[in-house]
Design a protein around this ligand. Structure first.
Ligand code: GDP
Ligand code: IMO
Ligand code: MG
Length: 428
């Protein structure tokens, strides 16, 4: 297999970074195709932690190409910080490739992200305030600045002048704010342009040529299905397409070229930011999940909301992304629970629903139908084969596979590379 997708099945932070890093040992190239620095992917290698926001999680392997494709919104300041932090730690960054078509996150995008949240008041989305939504808005409004514009000195100066006039008008007249300074932004971004231009190329031909040559590509999803702008809990979503279909438009690789899709499933469930979360546990169980799992956001440090696994959501992700295998992560976090619950259906007015409701009013009213499993009360973090897992853990995993109709492919029992149990040997 030469094109494999890793996608999040819940509300993000499933451990996609760990699974990508693990599979990247076999890949020639790792590609980010959507989102931006709102992502926070933590990879643990030899007791060291690496927190990645824009850089693909293949960066820790020398010689692996790391592509930031056209569907990503690129914050150059954040990227350059990441590159320099990696270099300081002795990581080779010479194989980074940035799409000339990726859109650039500008200072006004961050300002409008903040102002948009403020103006929504109680209905705020709880964004990461990285300017992601406003950057995608400008892309759709056809006033965005792409990487190819940024590295063209004259083009950038003209585009910035025109756009900033428009943005400053809104800032002053609608929000009663000080305007942003053209010269300052111009200088700052020209400096970024010089630094990133050696990495810029046409990633569409690069990726398609690689596939033609039989090289192995791993597509690294950020965010997750329930944060997808079309399929998630709209409007409490991000502004991109984390589902596997996002690759066609986000990387210029046609759907028929994708060989396998792996859905990352946290063994319980978390969410950061606002919006419905049917299996949320606003009680001591939720508190125990947060403490045991150190569930605090990588990007914002916010405490994550916690709850039981929702197999309805994972099944939905499976349908949307065509998931072949589940990679179940953080099973070890459940080691100390007497009882573990799994939501296997939604009930409303006594009737079982067959789909995830589009209406948030209805979703807010659904009653999760739970099945209860006995815990295993054993430290599983040192187990390296499926057969050695406690029977109760296997029962839990096998029921998950049954309800979601997705095969088990990987089970992760800790953050490190070796804490990984492989059941599917045909992922790559
Ligand atoms: P991502 O955004 O999907 O990449 O996930 P995050 O990196 O935001 O959050 C997942 C966290 O769980 C990271 O700190 C990982 O190092 C860690 N992690 C991944 N898999 C496992 C696992 O199986 N067990 C434990 N204990 N931690 C894990
Ligand atoms: P990874 O890749 C968890 C959430 C935000 C907010 C909503 C919109 O680490 O799984 P945005 O800034 O994107 O406009 O915020 O989406 N969100 C994430 N939650 N993990 C992420 O990424 C997220 N990226 C965005 O908290 O609710
Ligand atoms: Mg994360």
């Amino acid at each position: 297999m030469s094109a494999v997708v890793i996608t999040g099945t819940q509300w993000g932070d499933e451990g996609k970074g760990k699974i990508v890093d693990y599979l990247a040992s076999k890949a020639d190239t790792v590609v980010r195709f959507q989102g931006g620095s709102n992502a926070g992917h933590t990879v643990a290698v030899n007791g060291e932690e690496y927190k990645l926001r824009l850089l693909p999680s293949g960066i820790l392997y020398k010689g692996t190409n790391c592509v930031i494709a056209n569907g990503v919104v690129l914050d150059p300041e954040c990227l350059l910080e990441e590159i320099s932090a990696m270099e300081k730690r002795g990581i080779d960054t010479s194989n980074i490739k940035i799409s000339n078509r990726a859109h650039v996150v500008m200072p006004y995008h961050k300002v409008f992200d903040e102002l948009g949240e403020q103006s929504k008041g109680e209905n705020k989305i709880g964004t990461t305030k990285r300017g992601i939504g406003p950057c995608y808005i400008d892309k759709d409004d056809r006033i965005g600045i792409r990487v190819c514009d940024l590295i063209d000195k004259e083009e950038f100066a003209t585009k910035l002048k025109n756009i900033l006039e428009q943005k400053n008008f809104i800032l002053q007249k609608v929000y009663n704010r000080e305007p942003l300074n053209y010269e300052e932004i111009l200088n700052e971004y020209q400096n970024y342009a010089e630094k990133i231009s050696p990495y810029v190329c046409d990633t569409i031909s690069l990726l398609n040529d690689e596939l033609d040559e039989g090289r192995k590509i791993l597509f690294e999803g950020a965010q997750a299905t329930m944060l997808d702008i079309d399929y998630g809990t709209y409007p409490y979503v991000t502004a991109s397409h984390p589902v596997s279909g996002g690759i066609g438009v986000g990387a210029g690789v046609a759907p028929k070229k994708i060989d396998k899709v792996v859905g990352v499933v946290k063994a319980y469930c978390t969410r950061v930011g606002e919006g419905p979360f049917p299996t949320e546990q606003l009680n001591p169980i939720g508190e125990k999940l947060r403490t045991a799992g150190h569930e605090f956001g990588t990007v914002t440090g916010r405490p994550r909301r916690t709850g039981w696994i929702d197999a309805c959501v994972v099944k939905y992700a499976g349908q949307l992304s065509g998931i072949d295998y589940m990679a179940v992560t953080r099973l070890d976090i459940l080691d100390d629970f007497d009882e573990i619950k799994m939501c296997v259906g939604y009930k409303i007015d006594g009737k079982i629903l067959n789909e995830i409701p589009a209406s948030l009013k209805i979703l807010a009213k659904v009653e999760p139908v739970y099945e209860t499993f006995a815990g295993w009360k054993t430290d599983i973090s040192k187990i390296r084969s499926y057969d050695e897992l406690p029977e109760n853990a296997k029962k839990y995993l096998e029921r998950m596979a049954e309800v979601t109709k997705i095969k088990l492919g990987i089970v992760s029992v800790g953050p490190n590379r070796d804490q990984t149990i492989i059941l599917a040997d045909d992922i790559f």
